[in-house]
Design a protein around this ligand. Structure first.
Ligand code: SF4
Length: 233
């Protein structure tokens, strides 16, 4: 079980200043002690996928299966997301998947590990990893999956339910939007004449699995992702 704390040293000190690839960041993140969550969890679960992806998904945190395998989105919610990606007509080979918080937060009930939503302290502590990933990525669209990811990228006042399915520039409420809205660079490393990344917020696939009407919730997720697929054509 995790203790409740209000402060954490944060991940920044664990990020090598000279890290110039996602692989280098992934290796360094394995030793992160930026907050209490590294203690009970099995391992850091860093992002994975195409380093040149036009589309990046940001979820909440790894689940039980992700924690065991060390890979994001490999549990039931991840399987559902992959199906939704297919059904929306997106190319799964050209996406990057990551989470706002890189360790599994859970409560032990008997032998079962029950998911616990990360607190603000964990989101803030882990944010430097997300910023570092985005410094290596140059997506055109970022899909924010659920409230925790929205808080990490867009600030505490952003409401997914109010804005879901809408392709938009980064809102004024976002803290330091420049951390995430990088202008793409060309092959010479110069700024390309392309617009900065836009975002689309939608529900987390685990919310579909928890919904009373799963078919309807799934259709909503696919409809939101179809907006993204059209924009990337
Ligand atoms: S959750 Fe993030 S900040 Fe906390 S220990 Fe894990 S990687 Fe570090």
């Amino acid at each position: 079980m995790t203790d409740k704390t209000d402060t954490a040293p944060g991940a920044q000190q664990f990020i090598p200043p000279d890290a110039d690839s996602l692989d280098a960041l992934r290796a360094a993140a394995a030793d992160c002690r930026g907050c209490e969550l590294h203690g009970p969890a099995s391992q850091t679960v860093f992002g994975r996928g195409d380093a040149h992806a036009r589309l990046v998904f940001v979820g909440e945190q790894p689940g039980d299966m992700e924690d065991q395998k060390g890979l994001p989105f490999v549990g039931p919610a991840g399987r559902l997301l992959r199906k939704a990606v297919d059904d929306a007509g997106l190319d799964p080979a050209h996406i990057y998947l990551t989470n706002a918080v890189k360790h599994f937060r859970f409560e032990l009930r008997g032998k079962r590990r029950i998911h616990q939503t990360p607190d603000r302290v964990h989101i803030v502590a882990c944010r430097p990893w997300l910023v570092a990933e985005f410094a290596q990525l140059h997506p055109e669209i970022v899909v924010v999956l659920g409230a925790t990811a929205a808080k990490a990228l867009l600030g505490p006042t952003f409401r997914v339910t109010r804005s879901r399915g809408e392709l938009m520039p980064w809102p004024a409420s976002a803290q330091h939007p420049e951390d995430f809205t990088r202008v793409p660079v060309d092959a010479d490393g110069k700024r390309a004449a392309a617009p900065p990344a836009r975002l689309l917020a939608t529900i987390h696939p685990s919310a579909v699995l928890r919904a009373d009407d799963q078919d309807k919730a799934y259709e909503g997720l696919v409809a939101d992702l179809t907006v993204v697929a059209r924009a990337l054509k």
